[in-house]
Design a protein around this ligand. Sequence first.
Ligand code: G2I
Length: 469
Amino acid sequence: MRTSRTFTTPRTGPGAVPRTAPRTPFRVRLSAVLAAVATVGALVTAGASTAQAADTPLRDLAAAKGKVIGTAVTGSKLTGTYGDLAGAQFSALTPGNAMKWGSVEPTQGTFNWTEADQIVAFAEAHGQQVRGHTLVWHSQNPSWLTNGTWTPAQLSTLLNDHIATEAGRYKGRIAAWDVVNEPFNEDGTYRSTLWYNGLGSGYIAQALTAARAADPAAELYINDYNVEGVNAKSTALYNLVKSLKDSGVPIDGVGLQAHLILGQVPSTLQQNIQRFADLGVDVAITELDVRMALPSDSTKLAQQKADFKAVTAACVAVTRCAGVTVWGFTDSDSWVDSTFPGYGAATPYDANYAPKPAYYGIAEALGGTQSTEGCAATYAITNQWNSGFTGQVTIACSGAALSSWHANWTFGSGQVITNAWNATCTQSGAAVSCANASYNGTVPDGGSVSFGFNASWSGSNTAPTVTLS
Ligand code: G2I
């Protein structure tokens, strides 16, 4: 169990400040951050004491909800800002490619564990779980395997030996294995693969049984895509899990990959998670990303925030949902751009490691509230006549950023708002609260947004103090 850590600081984004203190599930106040900075002066950089450090890391928010928040990673990138954020923000790592058969045994009998070992060591040094990915798949297999001619008996031995070797190597160090990946077609029939064609559907039970023998402590999952909502494919997976359980085959969970398209979170996601949970298995969101047509804009980023939030919230709502893993945490490390030309921006951080609204969507679904430290609102009367006036509020951030906002104030002399633009304002007595419009919730570090309103006044028209929430 990890009790303390030190890590150097990225200059932007949540998790930006070096910390030596034990992890706390609650927001770190600025004073505490400054104290921590003072104790590690050698690490302080110009941006280190900025207010965004007050945002609680996702892993702490998730822990407070009893959930895991993970990311797929590339081992060679686990230094600098990428490493800092991977370690600070996430409580689980999935090797994006490093544990696939083609990576670990490119030549039969010759193994390369370098990247997989590196990721497991990094995770252990940062108190993180590892999600093993993946033991049995139709893709990213070594060519000696896919090009070989094998009898069923030989295939069966290859399968068993591979699982014994790989799961055995990491025995006791892997929280969950994606034992079988993507076994189904979209219509719920079994995918035609090396394994299915050679061994029939029994290869799934065989693989699970071998994995249990190799690492009895690891949770054993079947993982697939397009099984997030209730549909033919997820129902086939459901029926498979049910029959495996009925026949005593070791199966502990199902992974819903969740490679989603902007605005298309299935409405039956939570219901689907729940039906698997009711079968007596855990569920994990294993490869979440939400791709959009490029270029991104604030409307798309706001929708993406809602999508990440909805998926995370569906997991939070079901006790047996273990957690959410994003398939790469930065847009500079995503499979999407090369696979879907014209699409991208699918992850919670941009390519410069600045948190996107999607980051805050995850945080909010995990119970986090946004810090407004580093952002301020100014109130100005831009026009005034005998009974009315026009006001403008500008919200500016420096060393911090917002993904949504409310500007709040209390009128001191009976002013009443009659209409507003670029915000939705409500007034109750003297208390006013204005929420961002759908298109201007994002206030980037170093940027600002404004909204305006008309109001009535009489007597005096004193300017109130505006606070942000
Ligand atoms: O395709 C997205 C994911 C779907 N579910 C299973 C996951 O394992 C899969 O991950 C992706 C990786 O993120 C990609 O990085 O799997 C791809 C392969 O199907 C990975 O792409 C491969 C490229 O095809 C190779 O050319 C490249 O050498 O990544 C390799 C390493 O960068």
